[in-house]
Design a binder for this molecule. Structure first.
Ligand SMILES: Cc1ncc(COP(=O)(O)O)c(C=O)c1O
Length: 391
């Protein structure tokens, strides 16, 4: 039994929660990637204490947070970094933009594996670069389950002389895949051979649902580390995305200086509540994390079983990491006037993330966020089933 009350449906409407504010009151929102759970108690205590201090002036970054991260990367991945390798930024999407801008130059190509988290697609053009797609290959893993693999030949064929950056997403959103050591080593070898810097978005690297350990690609070798920018954050892990504190790990000094200078020129800085929360979460949040992962794992299994038993035409991933399932609705007879997202919103009153957010050609896909109380997930699944049954 968990000491935390993840089963409790907490009122989020009226708190300006994005997830709960966009859609009408009769809609169950299972879209944007945050959890409907309160953050670890240690985080709440530390924020309360900081509020009681009462002065909210300009802040330095927190040496304590640097230390805790250095120790954590060593403990989890045997990865040795120095405290100065870390750069704090208020968000991952911002960090991806800073990385895109500080690697290579205008006109360069940025490689990515689609389907992928939407901002990956818009960041290259926003930084005078262009996106180069190397699609992941879907593979069936059961009657109604599927996953994705990398076609390494296609990946290498997508590379041209203008390709200077690879935006890796590992664990992958929305595929839910965690790359193995072999897959990472192959990607690293190809990128190093083509002098491509890897910017690895590892925001989901703590949300592990199986026993497979996460491996940061930069931890494979000192050479890979020098040619990488790794992005991590406590935001998804401890449910703190509204507090805006993410971390770029940039072991190469010159690369780091470019990134930092550009960030400084834009006036980028993390707010002090973000630092407080991140520090408390990384120092004391892991007992909570363990429990929340057990809850999400049970929700994942419940969802996969429900789909198998009640919605036979629907296919789903069984995510190895993240609390996000990617649903293939191509076998549902949805009227052509609606994409899958529109169909479920209109007919089931469930808001999922539209497949179109993750690349072109995904109109018949949706992403479902199962980090919510089981009763809410169950009701949403029943509504999806009822809508499909009426087709
Ligand atoms: C892979 C990935 N990167 C970045 C983000 C967004 O991070 P942030 O809110 O810190 O910009 C998300 C959020 O879902 C994500 O899944």
């Amino acid at each position: 039994m968990s000491q935390y009350h993840f089963d409790e449906v907490l009122p989020r409407r009226g708190s300006y929660a994005a997830k709960w504010s966009v859609y009408a009151e009769d809609v169950i929102p299972l879209w944007v990637a945050d959890m409907d759970f309160t953050s670890p108690p240690a985080v709440l205590e530390r924020l309360h204490a900081r509020v009681d201090h009462g002065i909210f002036g300009y802040t330095m970054d927190y040496p304590e947070l640097r230390e805790v991260l250095v120790a954590r990367l060593k403990r989890l991945y045997h990865w040795d970094i120095k405290a100065e390798d870390l750069v704090f930024v208020p968000g991952m999407v911002l960090a991806l933009n800073l990385a895109a801008h500080s690697i290579g130059r205008a006109g360069d190509g940025i490689l990515m594996q689609t389907p992928v988290y939407g901002p990956f697609l818009s960041i290259p053009p926003a930084n005078e670069r262009f996106a180069v797609m190397a699609d992941l290959q879907p593979v069936a893993t059961g009657d109604q389950t599927f996953s994705y693999e990398i076609d390494f030949d296609a990946f290498e064929r997508a590379i041209t002389r203008q390709t200077t950056t690879f935006f890796l997403c590992n664990p992958h959103n929305p595929a839910g895949r965690m790359l193995t050591q072999e897959e990472l080593a192959r990607l690293a070898e190809i990128c190093l051979r083509h002098k491509i810097t890897i910017c690895s978005d590892e925001i989901h690297s703590d949300l592990l649902l199986n026993d497979q350990p996460h491996i940061p690609i930069a931890a494979l070798s000192p050479e890979m580390a020098r040619h990488s920018i790794t992005l991590i954050a406590p935001s998804k892990t401890y449910n703190l995305p509204g507090l805006g504190c993410s971390v770029a790990i940039i072991p190469d000094k010159d690369r780091r200086r470019e990134f930092e200078n550009y960030a400084r020129s834009l006036g980028v800085h993390v707010n002090l509540m973000g630092y407080e929360a991140a520090t408390a979460a990384y120092e004391h949040g892991d007992p909570w994390l363990k429990q929340v992962l057990a809850y999400c794992r049970a929700n994942r299994d419940f969802m996969v079983e429900y789909i198998h038993d009640h919605i036979p035409a629907l296919k789903t991933t069984v995510p190895e990491a993240t609390y996000l399932a990617w649903l293939d609705c191509r076998d549902l007879p949805i009227p052509t006037s609606l994409n899958a997202y529109e169909f479920f919103l209109k007919e089931a009153r469930v808001a999922l993330s539209p497949g179109t957010f993750f690349g072109s050609g995904y109109d018949a896909f949706v992403r479902l966020n199962f980090a919510c109380p089981r009763s809410l997930l169950a009701e949403a699944l029943e509504r999806l089933k009822a809508a499909v049954d009426r087709l």
